[in-house]
Design a protein around this ligand. Sequence first.
Ligand code: SF4
Ligand code: SF4
Ligand code: FES
Length: 277
Amino acid sequence: MVEKARLRVLRGNKDGGDFENYEVETYPGMVVLDAIHEVQAKNAPDLAVRWNCKAGRCGSCSAEINGKPKLLCMTRMSHYPADEPITVTPMRAFPVIRDLVTDVSWNFKVAKKVPPFAPRPRDKDGHYRMQQMDIDRVQEFRKCIECFLCQNVCHVIRDHQKKEEFAGPRFLIHLATLDMHPLDTLDRKDMIKEEFGVGLCNITKCCTEVCPEHIHITDNAIIPLKERVADDRYDPVRWLLRKVGTKDERRKATSKDTGPKRPSETAARVSTSKEPS
Ligand code: SF4
Ligand code: SF4
Ligand code: FES
């Protein structure tokens, strides 16, 4: 027997919109993006949706399903009760362009403000050396697909619209990646505090809950970043050394790498021909 599902899709643009109801035939393994494509093919060819890979890799198909931020291509129809309509709406934190497509360009503007990776010179033999634990620590953050679901759910952006004062979880991850990177030489802590507003995050962990890559955004990036900024800016000894210490003392006081180290670890050669990032 052919099974059917009901979809309620918010259609409209920046001036407003309304829900339209559609019925689609379902099949095993069908995802919500497939259902939207069915609607486009059979009922509403002008229904706008952004997508690209259909494999959870490009981060384009972000939207809200029954009010929860999700990737449309990674959410199975079978996840929802067959006898209830499935509501699909655009991300709420960003301006709607049309139907399910939102204008996420604010995120790209924030990205441009982050000073890029600035590695120290290579060792005398032409190699870079890093501790394996330093690599492991930032590896998780590199899984980000820039879907901006975490940005969408963060109440600082979504409810309080503090887009000028706060970079959002995606970019706090990026800043944490740079700050924890053992080869990077730039100190961005003043910017992280003042311009990117790390203090506005009250570690509710909503961002972590919606991340399709299961990055521990709050525990592994934002909280350590807050601690690093606090250590650097509010520890009286570090503050004094930064102000009046010798060059070597100042360097130690502003050292980027304040994370714990395991003494048993040996240095690992990780790059010979490629610039690390
Ligand atoms: S933990 Fe911080 S960044 Fe994440 S959603 Fe909550 S306030 Fe926003
Ligand atoms: S951190 Fe997770 S939720 Fe945020 S943009 Fe990256 S992949 Fe998406
Ligand atoms: S279409 Fe690429 S993540 Fe969904």
